[in-house]
Design a protein around this ligand. Structure first.
Ligand code: B1M
Length: 245
């Protein structure tokens, strides 16, 4: 499929992806804002071309583009196109994995360039993808943005049970615990974890935030979370606000 990528196709893909988002409201990330200067890097993510994504990310940074815009309008937008194709059965797991690797290579190239220290170290945040869920691209981005804002982030990884979250709370004494879920089937694990944290008598000493494509503000309220992050930047702002309360 990737070999057949045609130059004109990217515009069609973006158009289709945008329509899909409006219709289903399941894909997030603000890719409606995507402009022509990020077309090439989106295409390279879509094609799973690790080296090209890395080179383009470095070139865009050298040309003075905002690293966060490269992530949002280039890398995430490219991944959103992949998501639409995956959903429609036009891309398969190995191709999606290649795109994910390309996206991660782009993030790695940009990571050292994202300005840190916007605020003084505000404390520890423990974060993980919930039990049964192996998606980590969005969580990794959230970790990166939180670190760039001066937080000390303990990334537990994927498939994290409520017991592992409890162990991490006891070990790292975080101010905030963050959970990510990308599957509707793993969203209940967020509530389970919050309930277990409460049962262990730890709920009052931490704030809990949740996020991920199928998660919504309403769901966050229903399960008793303190906040919901629509994307990595809003997760950062949410954490800053929660700690200033
Ligand atoms: Co999966 N997958 N996947 N997948 N995958 C989705 C999620 C899916 C929507 C695709 C689809 O059908 N359209 C679908 C879920 C359907 C549903 O539940 N309703 C799906 C499925 C079904 C599956 C499998 C079951 C497929 C299968 O095996 N048959 C399987 C499940 C494996 C498991 O977890 N147990 C599976 C596997 C995989 C891969 C391994 C191939 C790969 C994951 C690789 C990896 O993560 N290392 C993968 C991928 C890449 C996707 C899509 C295509 C892209 C996800 C992504 O990385 N997006 C995805 C389709 C889609 O979402 N459009 C899909 C880019 C990323 C930057 O966005 O993660 O949303 P996102 O993160 C955002 C925000 O959500 C937010 O900030 C991030 C940055 O802006 N955010 C937070 C995220 N976490 C947050 C936490 C916060 C705050 C904000 O606070 C703590």
């Amino acid at each position: 499929m990737n070999a057949h990528f045609a130059g004109m196709e990217i515009a069609q893909l973006i158009k289709r992806t945008t329509l899909s988002m409006e219709q289903s409201n399941t894909i997030k990330g603000g890719f409606i804002r995507v402009m022509g200067k990020f077309d090439e890097i989106q295409k390279a993510v879509f094609e799973g071309n690790v080296e090209r994504v890395k080179n383009l990310a470095e070139t865009l940074v050298a040309a003075g583009e905002d690293p966060l815009a490269i992530i949002d309008d280039g890398l995430i937008a490219g991944m959103n196109i992949v998501g639409t194709r995956f959903k429609e059965g036009e891309m398969f797991v190995p191709e999606v994995m290649m795109s994910a690797s390309a996206m991660n290579a782009g993030v790695d190239a940009i990571r050292p360039l994202v300005k840190s220290g916007e605020i003084q170290s505000a404390g520890v945040i423990v974060i993980g993808t919930v039990k049964g869920d192996l998606h980590d691209i969005g969580k990794n981005l959230v970790c990166m943005i939180l670190r760039s804002a001066g937080f000390e982030v303990v990334d537990l990884g994927v498939d994290i049970s409520s017991e592992k979250f409890i162990d991490a709370i006891n070990k790292h004494n975080p101010k905030i615990v963050g959970m990510s879920a990308l599957l509707t089937t793993t969203m209940p694990a967020m509530k389970e974890t919050i309930d277990t944290i409460a049962e262990m008598g730890l709920r009052n000493k931490i704030k809990i935030i949740v996020g991920g494509a199928p998660v919504s503000r309403e769901f966050a309220e229903q399960i008793g979370a303190d906040g919901y992050g629509d994307d990595a930047i809003s997760a950062r702002d949410l954490c800053i606000n929660l700690l200033n309360k």
